[in-house]
Structures are given as structure tokens and as C-alpha cells.
Design a protein around this ligand. Structure first.
Ligand code: KG4
Ligand code: ZN
Length: 430
């Protein structure tokens, strides 16, 4: 009898404790995320020690909730997949240690997943899920009653799609942009022999795009994380008001071709990368700061910190946006976002063209951004390239993507050994 292909995913690399049960890398039976935003918000960023403590508190209830929502028990699982890096060492260790203990106690194989690979699989998981939805629904299986199949969304052997996820794996390479609070990396993802191979095509030399969102939001007195606030407020400003520019990056002589020292994973020397696909977001943050100082916006940004305490979520109407920020600040926010999205687009499409990629996957927290989605989609249509994003819930950190990325490794028997440990600077691809 073949296994049900149930993988429990566990993610704890940064400030979300997450667990999910995914079947055959294609069907999410549950996805539970406990966010620590409230804990870190008052510090304006993630505090590593607090993150580890919160993960310790949340890991057991979150895993229990994921199993219970999926209507499975530990005994039903086929494997446990856990994020092994990159991320915060203490935070990663909580997930890894718990996953190891569970796997050992249940006699299950343990699969180590790179967080960045997880983000890429968030898109692939949803694409497969969409394909399955187009097939006749599960429950046509003669041995299952209608009621039974309604209660359990899981695929069983004989259901249309059960074998499809095995027999029709993705075959097309994709250019993937992972754009989050820690990364802005371009990869060529290629499926081969039932696993995926990744080649690093480009990366940021300093701040990640999400980091720029968070820092700009902080200096404007907006909430943490900054992305959703800037996303909402940008709609009410003039994106052309402040002409921010990104200049062509030259591989700096002082880096000597070495991997840059950023928060992100260490990678191969940047000298091996085409400078057209290198990003740098620390300059725009400084440019915003200069604009704020030059135009006397410091005071009003400071005053906003108090106003923010009364707001639970970003403004949705122009009236509410103007009650929070003067038009000049809204214009600054819109211009910042317009420039960042423009730079991400320019380099991603240039890389796709140079590699002959016909498919782009955009993932990571910043992929939830509305302007980014709209402009990438329009440009992709113009260029006859397919572009895919995860739904907003799967754009930010979650464990469904970790369980999905674990499935090809499960199929090829790539299991972690008992000495698996956290790798805070784990790189993806060469
Ligand atoms: O992937 P993620 O949850 O965690 C990391 O692996 O970093 O990404 C978090 C980042 C934060 O910097 C946050 O500000 C940004 O994603 N973000 C957004 C949006 N939602 C989250 N950035 C722009 N627009 C958004 N709607
Ligand atoms: Zn992430």
C-alpha cells in the first residue's frame, strides 16, 4: 500500500512559529501561523532573544493545532520537514529540536528544508493545488461516502490527482525572485530527477527590499512590519512626486568579488554574478531620510508614533490616510514604493530575458505587495511571460511551504541525519 504522503512542516526561522500538514506537496490540509508581531512591534524590529522565547511557548500548541485542523495524528504522518536555515540561530533551533524529537519518537524520517526553497515552493504548492481543483473533486472514490469525503479534504488512492502529483512533476524551469525582510535573491529553479536545483542569478549587496520597507516605515513613524503600512498608504500618494533613482551597480572594488556581508545567507562570490542582476536598497533608505530632513518632516513623523498606537490596521480610505499623513508624506511613500518595485521589475525581467525563462515566480513577504503584483502582472503579459505569486497568506512565513518543499526530498529519500543543526547563513544554490 502506498503512503498517504502526509508531511508535517515546521517553520521557526524568524518571528512566526508555524506548522502545517501538506499531502504530496500539493494539498494543504492545515496551515497554522502564530505571529510574534505584537511582541517585536514596540522595538521596531525582531529581537532574537524574544523570538526564541516566543517560539518555545508556541511550538507545541501550533503543531497540535496543525495536526488537529488536518484531522490527522502523528501516527498518520510520513515525514517531518523543518526549516534548518537561513534565519536566527536560536529561533531555528527551537523548530529543529522539536522536529527531531517528534521524528525520533514516531520513527519518522526528518527532512531539512532551506527557508528560501520553502518560499519558492509556496508558489509551486498553490499551482499544484489549483491544478487539482480543476480535476473532479475527491470523494468520487467508490469506497468513500459523500459525508466522509466532505469531512476530509485529503486525497486518497484512486482519487483523480492522487498519482498526478507523482507522475506529472513540474518540468519547466522558472526564474524565482525571493523578496522578503532578509532576502532579495534571484534564482533559476530547475526541476530534475524529481528534485529541484537552484542557481543563484542575482542578490542584494546590502539591505533586502523588505528591510528597506521596514526601515523607511520606521523613520516615518509607521508601524512594524512596515510593508503592509507602506502598501496601503502608497495608493493615496503621487508615485512620481519624488524622483528616486537606482543607478547601475558596479561590483565594488573593495568587495574584491567576495560575498557581501549582509544579514542574508552567504553565497558564492558576487564577482560570479552579472552586475545587472545585483540589487542595493540601502541607498534609497538614506535618500528618504534626507528628503524627510530637508523638507522638515521629522517632527510630523515623530508625532505619528503616538497616533499609530490607536490604529489596529493600515488606513483603507483617502480620508483615513490623510488623517495619518500629510499629502507630502503620502507622495514620498508612493514614490519610494514605485522606485523599489520598478527596480525589482527591471532586474527580474532582464534576468528572465537573459536566461530565456518563460516563467517567473515571485515570493517572500514583499510579494504580498499590491503594486508589485499589479505591475509585474502587467509587464509579464506585455512580454508573454507567465508570472505567479503565492496568495498573501503564503507570501509571508508559513510552514505549508516547508512541508511542500520537503515532498520532493521525501520522494528521493534525502533525509537529515540526527546531528542536524541550525545553519543561520545557509545558502541556496551555487
Ligand atoms: O517572508 P517574510 O514573512 O519574512 C522573512 O523571511 O523576512 O517577509 C517579511 C517582510 C517584511 O520586511 C515586511 O515588511 C514585508 O515582508 N512585507 C511587505 C508586505 N507585507 C509584508 N512588503 C511590502 N508590501 C507588503 N504588503
Ligand atoms: Zn521568509
Amino acid at each position: 500500500m502506498s503512503s498517504r504522503g502526509l508531511i508535517l512542516g515546521i517553520e521557526s526561522s524568524c518571528d512566526e512559529t508555524a506548522a502545517a500538514v501538506v499531502q504530496r506537496g500539493a494539498r494543504t490540509l492545515s496551515s497554522v501561523v502564530a505571529s510574534q508581531i505584537a511582541t517585536h512591534a514596540r522595538y521596531g524590529g525582531v529581537v532574537p532573544e524574544l523570538a526564541s522565547r516566543e517560539h518555545l511557548r508556541a511550538i507545541v500548541p501550533v503543531v497540535r493545532a496543525a495536526l488537529s485542523e488536518a484531522h490527522v495524528t502523528l501516527a498518520d504522518l510520513d515525514a517531518i520537514a523543518v526549516t534548518s536555515g537561513p534565519g536566527l540561530a536560536g529561533a531555528l533551533l527551537v523548530g529543529i529540536t522539536y522536529a527531531k524529537a517528534l521524528a525520533f519518537a514516531q520513527g519518522l524520517p526528518l527532512i531539512a528544508v532551506n527557508h528560501l526553497e520553502g518560499h519558492i515552493h509556496a508558489v509551486l504548492l498553490e499551482e499544484r493545488q489549483k491544478q487539482l481543483a480543476e480535476l473532479p473533486p475527491p470523494g468520487r472514490h467508490p469506497e468513500r461516502s459523500q459525508a466522509e469525503s466532505k469531512a476530509c479534504p485529503e486525497l486518497v488512492e484512486g482519487d483523480p490527482g492522487f498519482d498526478q502529483t507523482q507522475s506529472a512533476p513540474d518540468t519547466e524551469p522558472a526564474l524565482a525572485l525571493v523578496v522578503s525582510g532578509g532576502h532579495t535573491h534571484l534564482y533559476l529553479a530547475q526541476p530534475k530527477d524529481s528534485t529541484w536545483h537552484y542557481r543563484l542569478i542575482g542578490r542584494t549587496l546590502d539591505d533586502a527590499a523588505g528591510e528597506a520597507y521596514d526601515k523607511v516605515a520606521k523613520l516615518l513613524g509607521l508601524g512594524y512590519p512596515g510593508g503592509p503600512w507602506i502598501d496601503s498608504l502608497a495608493r493615496f500618494g503621487d508615485p512620481k512626486a519624488v524622483p528616486f533613482a537606482f543607478s547601475q551597480i558596479k561590483t565594488k572594488v573593495h568587495l574584491g568579488g567576495d560575498a557581501p556581508r549582509t544579514k542574508a545567507a552567504k553565497t558564492a562570490p558576487i564577482a560570479n554574478l552579472d552586475p545587472h542582476f545585483l540589487f542595493s536598497f540601502s541607498g534609497i533608505k538614506t535618500a528618504v531620510l534626507r528628503y524627510v530632513e530637508l523638507h522638515g518632516l521629522r517632527g510630523e513623523a515623530h508625532a505619528r508614533v503616538t497616533k499609530m498606537l490607536t490604529l489596529a490596521r493600515p488606513p483603507q480610505t483617502r480620508e483615513d490616510a490623510l488623517a495619518l499623513c500629510p499629502q507630502q508624506t503620502l507622495d514620498l511613500i508612493a514614490s519610494f514604493q514605485h522606485a523599489v518595485v520598478g527596480d525589482l521589475m527591471k532586474k527580474t525581467f532582464a534576468a528572465a530575458e537573459s536566461l530565456g525563462a518563460t516563467r517567473i515566480l515571485i515570493t517572500g513577504g514583499v510579494a504580498a505587495n499590491r503594486e508589485l503584483r499589479a505591475r509585474f502582472t502587467a509587464e509579464a503579459t506585455r512580454r508573454h511571460i507567465r508570472v505567479a505569486f503565492p496568495t498573501p497568506a503564503l507570501s509571508t512565513d508559513n510552514a505549508a511551504m516547508i512541508a511542500a518543499a520537503g515532498w520532493p526530498r521525501f520522494q528521493s529519500g534525502e533525509f537529515a541525519t540526527s546531528d542536524l543543526s541550525a545553519e543561520p547563513a545557509l545558502a541556496l544554490g551555487r
